[in-house]
Design a binder for this molecule. Structure first.
Ligand code: DLL
Length: 434
């Protein structure tokens, strides 16, 4: 029997949902008009007042908001509540200049945790479960979000955070973890480590909630087999609250969007035109219940498809497919958001020419990133010691910029293929989006 955390919403009729969305949208638009000068100015520029937004049908009139807007408004420019009402911040994994800081009131945290509780309930979680949370804790939303959801469901919650695989496996076997929450890469790695240690019979896992990065159906089957579980997807982004914006159910064919809090739209990323259900385009969200940090028509840059096809789980919430790519050049490497432009900045600052290539791969379920950089004829040396020292200097500078290790290989002048059109800067061998 399918269980729901909030059946009155999760199985509401489409009409009921639309009514709820319309009321909340109208209130949210009034709220930002009154409390966030940024939105008021944007609406005035677009010739709008709050009276122009009477229902979800008017949503398309509102201007979009982008990550650049968030950066320009950093840190407090989009706050819709006084700071004294805010109790938490979370932040994206992006580094200097690209960091996004999201604010939460206690009410915002409660609603976010409810969204995560819906996800846990959808995979069969109850107060009899032991929920092992191996997403990172801290500024990243993964750990705190699922931790809160697990509490709401009443699971015994293990706030493991990421890393220390031996300890993870020990707690998992000693305490009988039944639900695992982590990135799919880490789940696959844990599966492998458990098999290597011959402990497959000692674990009691039944389900996993895996997200924060793209993963394929092949990877799902591999994880399911290695861990003997059902593997479910979960999606979210810091800007819109964190994990639990959408979640997979027993059907495992896409994620139900928590539409009572986040209205999804699909747009043509080039023209901004809203596309009909079933068409592929960029996913846009409007947060209609957020108090501290409401975003209206936020462009996620994730390429996706929405579907209202009837779901066998009984939920009526619209479903989004697994993201199929991005409309910008952001890479997610080891769970960290990386923009090629950040890498270019480091290279240029260190006096290298803009002839470089970024090669991303996944080896044993762990992401790797290599930057091949051409030396100028003046820098060129065939003394290995000199070259290694230069490579080390770049590795350190990239680590400081990105927060992760990137291998650097310096190559002789004119060895990186020149392109006749746009330079091919990134070779992503992971084939994550199929
Ligand atoms: O990754 C929030 C999260 C934590 C989601 C734990 C799920 C589980 P950010 O670090 O802000 O937030 O990164 C958001 O990650 O725009 C997508 O490109 C990507 N992403 C998140 N979930 C998925 C998924 C968290 N299930 C960005 N499949 C998003 C594919 C995903 N991509």
């Amino acid at each position: 029997m399918e269980k729901y955390y909030q059946p009155e919403v999760e199985t509401a009729s489409v009409e009921e949902l639309r009514k709820m969305q319309s009321e909340r949208l109208v209130n949210q638009v009034k709220n930002v008009w009154e409390n966030v000068p940024f939105y008021k100015n944007k609406m005035i520029e677009a010739g709008l007042t709050p009276d122009d937004i009477k229902s979800v049908d008017d949503l398309h009139k509102l201007p979009f908001i982008t990550k650049d807007d968030l950066r320009d408004c950093y840190p407090y420019g989009l706050l819709a509540r006084p700071l004294k009402d805010c109790v938490r911040i979370q932040s994206t994994s992006g580094t200097t200049g690209r960091r996004v800081v999201a604010f939460y009131t206690q009410h915002d945290i409660d609603l976010w945790e409810e969204c995560c509780a819906r996800a846990i309930t959808a995979v069969g979680g109850t107060n009899e479960d032991v929920c092992h949370v191996s997403y990172g804790y801290g500024l990243f939303t993964g750990g705190p979000g699922l931790n809160g959801g697990s509490h709401k469901v009443g699971c015994l919650t293990l706030p493991m955070s990421s890393g220390n695989t031996d300890r993870q496996i020990q707690f998992m076997t000693d305490l009988g973890s039944t639900i695992l929450c982590c990135t799919p890469s880490y789940a696959a790695y844990l599966g492998e480590s458990i098999q290597e240690r011959g402990l497959r019979d000692k674990i009691k896992l039944k389900a996993g909630i895996f997200g924060a990065e793209a993963w394929t159906e092949e990877m799902r089957h591999d994880i399911e087999e290695k861990l003997g579980i059902k593997a479910y997807d979960i999606y979210g982004l810091t800007e819109i609250s964190g994990p639990g914006v959408s979640f997979e159910c027993s059907e495992q064919t896409g994620m139900h969007v928590n539409e009572d809090h986040f209205i999804p739209e699909i747009i043509n990323p080039k023209t901004g035109e809203v596309l009909p259900e079933g068409e592929k385009g960029e996913l846009v969200f409007t947060s209609i219940t957020k108090e501290a940090f409401p975003l209206l028509r936020y462009r996620t840059r994730d390429i996706c498809v929405l579907s209202r096809k009837k779901c066998s789980c009984g939920r009526t919430l619209i479903k989004m497919a697994k993201p199929m790519g991005r409309s910008d050049d952001m890479l997610i490497v080891k769970g960290v958001n990386v923009f090629p432009s950040q890498i270019e900045t480091v290279l240029l600052n260190k006096g290298y020419p803009a002839n470089y290539q970024i090669i991303v791969d996944r080896v044993n379920y762990s992401d790797t990133i290599e930057v091949q950089v051409e030396m100028t004829p003046e820098m060129f040396s065939d003394d290995m010691k000199v070259v290694s020292a230069k490579e080390k200097e770049l590795v350190d500078a990239l680590k400081a910029m990105l927060g992760i290790y990137a291998k650097v290989t310096l190559v002789a002048p004119k060895t990186i293929a020149r392109s006749e059109g746009k330079a091919v800067r990134v070779i992503d061998k992971r084939n994550l989006y199929k």
